[in-house]
Design a binder for this molecule. Structure first.
Ligand code: BDR
Ligand code: CA
Length: 303
């Protein structure tokens, strides 16, 4: 059983990561932290609360950072819509509300109180993690591991060279990759390979349940936004991090040091491999049919 903290900037594919984590018996979500990223913090928090409520989750949902450490904020509304979660409609929530304390402090406390037990999954900009490392460097050692969606070792998706999550806070990402923590990284080179076909989306549409209905509404928007931008089928970035925890043997990869370029210029926010002794597991491929069977299983077990 994996006990996780999910740090999200919900986000249409973040929503899939949340559904997956909520629905898999292999995973227990101890806390969710919403951070600014795809859209501003007020919106990512609202979206996160709505998905948590839909999934029947009762774990606390915290607010994280409202913006990057140093750079001016950038958003990704082109892919996720103006709200960050365009598509599904939600009724007034009865169960979920914003927890009254800081998400970053809650992360530190959970990790320090449960040594080597808690996995942190981060699928937005790395601001919250960087701040946590600055406040309590021992979380690098006390957390079980970190699973991160970010970076690209080929072309980017927000600039020619940079991926959105690292570009949205490169200075934070640099701190995280230098922390000495045990990290598994899902870069675009892996996440781009998993896309949702129209046929598969139709097969989900035939299934029942409120969570499935919200998933389909999210994926309709995600598909339309990829089509509008001439980018093919929508890419399942964030949920791969959660799937990995259900069975790491379904993911192949290699080890290297990772750094982030923070000098101004065309490479700003780019991830690069280094020969640092701090090795990161870089995912390269995942068993795609198995991944979709997990999504189906998770959605079937949710309200
Ligand atoms: C990442 O950027 C966001 O828009 C997605 O949610 C994902 O986390 C992909 O580059
Ligand atoms: Ca995300």
């Amino acid at each position: 059983m994996e006990r996780i903290i999910l740090d999200v900037d919900t986000g249409l594919d973040d929503a899939v990561a949340l559904f997956l984590a909520a629905g898999l018996k292999e995973i227990t979500i101890e806390a969710i932290i919403a951070t600014a990223g795809n859209v501003g913090l007020d919106k990512t928090l609202e979206n996160t609360l709505n998905i948590a409520e839909t999934s029947g989750l009762t774990c606390p949902v915290y607010a994280g950072s409202s913006g990057p450490l140093v750079r001016t904020p950038v958003e990704a509304g082109d892919f996720h819509g103006e709200s960050g979660l365009d598509g599904p409609l939600f009724e007034e929530r009865v169960r979920q509300h914003v927890a009254p304390t800081s998400g970053i402090d809650a992360m530190i406390a959970l990790v320090m109180d449960n040594p080597h037990e808690i996995t942190i999954v981060s699928v937005g900009p790395l601001t919250d993690l960087a701040v946590a490392f600055i406040r309590e460097p021992r979380i690098a050692e006390y957390a079980k591991r970190f699973v991160i969606m970010g970076g690209s070792f080929s072309r980017g998706n927000v600039t020619d060279e940079a991926e959105f999550n690292t570009y949205a806070d490169p200075e934070a990402a640099k701190i995280v990759f230098a922390s000495g923590a045990q990290i598994a990284l899902f870069s675009l080179d892996c996440t781009r390979t998993v896309t949702l076909s129209p046929q598969r989306l139709e097969s989900f549409r035939q299934r029942g349940g409120r969570s499935n209905e919200v998933f389909v509404a999210c994926m309709d928007t995600y598909t339309a936004n990829y089509t509008k931008r001439g980018q093919g089928e929508p890419q399942m970035h964030d949920p791969l991090c959660v799937a990995y925890l259900a069975d790491p043997s379904k993911v192949a990869g290699s080890y290297a040091g990772v750094d982030v370029i923070t000098e101004e210029g065309p490479s700003y926010g780019r991830t690069v491999k280094t020969d640092s002794e701090q090795k990161v597991f870089i995912a390269e491929s995942i068993d795609i049919p198995w991944f979709w069977s997990l999504v189906e299983r998770a959605l079937s077990s949710l309200p």
